[in-house]
Design a binder for this molecule. Sequence first.
Ligand code: GAL
Length: 946
Amino acid sequence: MNRLKLILATFLMTLPALADSSPRSHEIFNFDWKFAYGHPSDAARDFNTGTGYFTYLAKAGYGDGATALAFDDRTWRDIDVPHDWAAEMPFDAKASHSHGYKTVGHGYPDTSVGWYRKHFFIPADDDGKRIFIEFDGVYRDAQVWVNGFYCGHEKSGYQSFSFDVSEFLNYGSDNVVAVRVDATMEEGWFYEGAGIYRNVWLTKTAPLYVPQYGTYVTSELDAQKAIVSARVKVTNKRLTASGFNIRNSIVDRTGNVVATNEADGDLHSMETSEFVCRLTVQNPVLWNLDHPNLYKLVTEILEDGKVVDVYKTTFGIRTIKWTPDKGFFLNGEHVKIKGTNNHQNHAGVGSAIPDALYQWRLRQLKEMGNNTYRTSHYPPSPALLDACDSIGMLVLDENRLMGTTDELLLQLKRLMERDRNHPSVVLWSIGNEEWMIEGNDRGARIAAFMQAFAKTIDSTRAINAAVSGNWNNGISTVIDVMGFNYLRHGSTDAIHEKNPWQASLGTEEGSTNTTRGIYFDDEEKQYLAAYDRDTPSGFFSIEHGWKHYAARDYLAGMCIWTGFDYRGESTPYTYPSVSTYFGMMDLCGFPKDNVYYLKSWWSKQDVLHILPHWNWPGKEGQLIDVWVYSNMDEVELFLNNKSLGRQKMAVNSHLSWQVKYKPGTLKAVGFKAGKKVLESKVETTGNPASVALSSDRNRIKADRRDLSVVTVSLKDKKGRDVPDANLPVSFSIAGPGKIIGVGNGDPASHEPDQFIDSIVTVPLINWVQKPLDEVSINDVIQPGFDAKLWEPALRDHGLDPGSKPVKMVFRGGFSLSSPLLSGKIEWMFRSVATNQSLYINGHEVAKAVRDDSDRYLFLLDQSMLHEGFNSVVIIGRPLVKTNPWDEMNNSPGSIKVSIDAKQWRRNTFNGLAQVLVQSTGEPGEIVLTATSPELDDAHLVIEAGK
Ligand code: GAL
């Protein structure tokens, strides 16, 4: 159906300002979800979803169980997304090593299926619009229903997906979207989280509109101008044909329209077509790493002169080139790739990384001199790519699974169509270390096929695959840009000589194992010293690897495995260690010493860093290995003002001294061209005397999404950071902020990352019945009353039409364990009779409860409850159907027990911990307080505002 319509460009000298009069809205849909665990195989624990006679796959709108609009989700937890329930889970030695021993996945069916529901109102006058629910990513195997209508299924834990739900909606009233997420199966060999862990959006458009990711903007530079080609898809979801105008304008950073053109189009009903136009930008400001200038293509669709849709595409104007002998060029300038691989995983929140935290993480990488981010090994969050565009970070964008069936190619296509307008994306990776195929002909066939296919979707970028060994055969013989994973596997020189046509880079190097703040290996605690070393299994140190890549022009550069630690893959250890040792930074983003090596040789800043710290009680007189990372020409080291010698620094190296330990001050002085430029020191500190809090930003947006990254440190009396202090710290918060996670970067810590209210649903069970006139009320409401011989009750969905019901007594109950008795206990009651009287353990809970609303909430006084079985009595006339096919409610609801979260706390690990503080939406002053026994408290004020 795709007709390519070429539009002639008209460059207007005087350009009108753009008014955003589009009916399109694109709003965050993250708030006020409900969450509960379901079950992969036990239907009853999966809310009996899909068990009806006719259900969602049989008939449209027949979604039952938790998918139905009327389903009672009041006992479910209130949450906002992004949400990763694995981050809330404890650790278990029997759980998956790859996933950091969290109790999710096969083996843990009770916590592997998560249900999400969200009620939302759609105004009556939205009728006629197209309404989409867009998910940036759900881990994994997500099925989606709206108002009981099955929308579809997304198996991938990493793709973005959306549904046009317009026809399924109730206009002018309540709607519900239900999402069943099944994280039983793993896609990767690393922590992947579980749940709706990325943003969700609600988008409304006219029926004539630009579909999501429906634009493709490329540019060619020609002397002082850029010729921008915009391919724009337009969809007509009217039941009739549409004629329209399409106006494309390019808007610069300051809001000025710098190019525009307009053309006609027409589409049949249900047709989507692509419209191509060319626009000229005079003297374009290019996107580069230091000044990541962005433009917007604003596409307006006009019918009878009226704007019916406005779609904005952010893009950058820049050129890229991968060359076989000189590496990578951006805008004609050589850029050595100084990259890191990263998983989407952070302390405290797991994979549910808010946008502001992605931005913070990128700032840490950029500060280190890192200019490239490889999205190993899956489609990244759109929020990450937006942040890379605006901070100036190159991206190697990676596909998940290699293969050439339609389904697998579609996965690659969706990734590329979604991401191809991002100027930061400079290379597509079709796969990583596909051991079964990377060294053989089948691999070469698959890679060649995928590469050719990929170029039909984006011909402006080269294609890469990351290969671990087998560099002579298979994939490496066909791929545009060869990705070397680990120099230990062979000689890049030999491959380059054999394939002089091929560009190449180190897609993975490093995999070194270090623990922040540790300088002596500790096998018992599973900590590894932070000195940069080749590993016993043959991986090169960071310095060893970088020297190889830096020395060879034909190698475009290297990406370290990894920038940040992540959960899972705790090589070389297994349980109790639960996260990696690979990172240049720990799980919180606190720098390990390697960061300063890289900063010395990757960044433009002057660096002078000494390791280790100088608190070594008990090691007096022993030799300590002192290293200095620096980009000075020479460095002189002093202990307590006594020179230990001045050494020349070789490029891409470090310096070391063997120093006999004596408490005091170790000082380094850095010289450039013989002149003293920098001085830095480490001092033996006293014991911790106070807690200190500092944050990356003291002003955040009061938007319920923005956050502040707070560092917790311990200071001695003189205000010096104590680098080896491991003490408990507790946190409390006041004002419009909440803590969403804590961490400390200890790879073997089993402390919780989150302290959340626990919500338990207790079912009402064992229902039996008898007519009231056969018994005495006073007797039957007594807890000890024996109703064993009564007949079973509340099984049918109402009496037949015309029945004349007699008053009945229904007896049942619920069990409470003693920890639950301390919680807030509510009966989420639903009517099962008319004019109901309700009793618990002989106490009257309510009288004359009408059946015209079927939902009531009764807060139960703890004094009427006890441990064990609590008896419940309902007296009233059973419900009668109006029509034979009616289904009257037969569930008297359930008991919801809420137990308040314990106070947030975390031990510092080698002097540091981290708290993530998020806005709750209202403006005002957030005050975070940190306390530790016998230390002075700390208070931090964060302003939430516009
Ligand atoms: C590589 C792999 C990475 C990570 C790393 C750990 O082989 O591509 O995902 O597992 O090893 O050393």
